[in-house]
Design a protein. Structure first.
Length: 525
């Protein structure tokens, strides 16, 4: 049968891992065995009284070794390995999905996964779910949610075939026992590395040294075991939808690209201001559809959208998408586990108004404040502040901060100091909040921050004086619409000339062409 040879290799490697465990147990019992022999010889009269010191010394050492070994074994057995948080999907909420997986397992002639869970990532795997000691562990099938929303039903089945095939080796007693032992070692290593108690430092050192020694002894066998398992699963899955799997793998690459763009360009700006898009998976479909329209290499992908999407296998895809979106915010940004004050969901329909426009207003106000603080005497006489409208040297004749004054200040040599101030504020803000679980974007330089803030100020001026509208580009994030046309990209060159070369002419010409009134006060919220 397909995959049997690979499973035999994996089983042999698993036995090698278990032999390492057995050798460790044997070494721990060796002093006790020596003590038993000495006591037996003494009772038989074959060892004289001059051996009493040795006998009781070995006995004491054996008791110490047994106590330490028992403690280490307890930590390895009870330590909980790190598990990626997921969204469980019950049978009643996705009967069609469970039926697809069950049929796939029957075609592969392997046990069906015990449950299905979703992860906000472009990956799929089997997660061990340990039951009672007498029960055999059942793997849980974890599916990347972008796959479920973007892929068609047949593509998802083909993609999952090698993963589901992994239930066969997972049910093997030797492979399962070896994996449990290795997971226990990994978890125990985390226990040894954690904690700050000085009193427990020696115990953690002994635990860490023992665990590292065992891991070194298992490393080669464990790697070969998992490679053999992967080869066996791949070979077994060739009998199911092999040709379609090639197409599905192409969709995996596309999904990675679209998911990354959606998270970094669209979700991250919202997360940073305390809002989380509640339909990320629906958004990735829109992003990938847009990508297929723009990318000449993706021609033909849009025709797939007429086929049944895999998310139709869920009874309530919208509810599941919302749960996954909240989990994504927690995993990738470190947000709270549930909505609350300062952490609210936002729909895609409200995203331009509640996220994009608010970001622009806040960044324009920050730029005005930084420029006003750095050089109040260098341009124009200071005017009294107007609440909500700006203050200082940037205030125009109308009583509020104007785009014209901002541009004049930067053209007069304020860009260098403004960039430094913005970078300093960004660093202080980052240090004041807990670190994100996964940093999606590298830190921006002062020049990049300054250019971003100037773009925000221009966008506010377009919204306030030229009839512009805030919009959303699925691949690039916040978008400025002027006359129904996206214009954000047109700002990059003129803003760079202003920030890098103190040349305001290109930006003035562009905004004038859009009908922007540079002397009108900006609404800075």
């Amino acid at each position: 049968m397909a995959g049997e040879a690979g499973e035999a290799v994996a089983r042999a490697r698993a036995l090698a891992v278990l032999r390492v465990r057995g050798a460790a147990v044997g070494l721990a019992l060796l002093p006790a065995a020596a003590a038993v022999v000495l006591h037996a010889e003494s009772l038989a009269g074959r060892v004289g009284a001059d051996w009493d010191g040795v006998r009781w010394g070995v006995t004491a050492a054996a008791l110490v070794v047994l106590a330490v070994a028992a403690a280490i074994a307890a930590v390895i057995t009870r330590a909980k390995p790190a598990v990626t948080p997921t969204v469980p999907v019950g049978r009643t909420s996705a009967p069609d999905l469970y039926r697809l997986v069950q049929d796939l397992a029957e075609r592969l002639q392997v046990p069906a996964p015990g449950a299905i869970e979703l992860t906000p990532d472009c990956d799929s795997w089997l997660e061990p779910a340990e039951g009672p000691a007498s029960a055999r562990p059942e793997p849980v099938l974890v599916i990347g949610s972008p796959f479920l929303w973007w892929m068609r039903v047949a593509e998802l089945r083909a993609l999952l075939a090698p993963v589901v095939a992994g239930t066969a080796p997972a049910a093997d007693p030797e492979i399962s026992a070896a994996r449990r032992f290795l997971r226990g070692l990994d978890a125990a290593a985390g226990v040894a590395a954690g904690g700050r108690s000085v009193l427990l430092k020696p115990a953690r050192a002994v635990l860490g040294g023992t665990v590292r020694l065992l891991l070194r002894g298992c490393r080669v066998h464990a790697g070969e075991m998992e490679r053999a398992v992967a080869a066996a699963c791949s070979e077994r899955a060739q009998a199911v939808d092999y040709g379609l799997r090639i197409v599905a793998q192409e969709q995996v690459g596309l999904a990675y690209a679209g998911w990354d763009r959606l998270l970094t360009r669209v979700a991250l700006p919202a997360w940073r201001m305390g809002r989380w898009p509640a339909r990320l998976d629906a958004g990735v479909v829109a992003a990938l559809t847009e990508l297929s329209r723009r990318d000449r290499l993706a021609e033909g992908f849009e025709s797939r959208l007429g086929e049944r999407p895999a998310c139709d296998l869920l009874e309530e895809p919208g509810t599941v998408d919302e749960a996954i979106s909240l989990l994504a915010a927690r995993l990738f940004h470190g947000g709270p586990a549930r909505p609350g004050a300062g952490w609210a969901p936002v729909s895609w329909a409200r995203y331009p108004e509640e996220v994009v426009e608010r970001i622009w207003r806040e960044e324009a106000a920050r730029l005005a404040r930084v420029l006003a603080e750095e050089g109040a005497d260098a341009v124009a006489p200071r005017r009294p502040p107007v609440p909500g409208r700006g203050s200082g040297v940037l205030v125009g004749e109308g009583g509020g901060t104007t785009l014209g004054r901002l541009v004049e200040r930067l053209a007069a040599g304020g860009a260098e100091e403004a960039a430094a101030r913005l970078e300093g504020e960004a660093l202080r803000a980052a240090a004041a909040v807990p670190a994100a679980v996964c940093e999606l974007m590298p830190a921006r330089t002062g020049r990049e921050l300054l250019a971003e803030h100037v773009v925000a100020a221009v966008c506010c001026a377009v919204l306030d004086t030229a009839g512009g509208v805030a919009g959303l580009d699925w691949l690039d994030g916040p978008a400025l619409l002027v006359g129904g046309v996206r214009r954000t990209s047109e700002l990059a060159g003129p803003v760079a000339r202003l920030v890098d070369h103190a040349d305001p002419a290109p930006l003035r010409d562009l905004t004038a062409a859009w009908g922007v009134r540079a002397d009108a006060p900006l609404d800075l919220g």
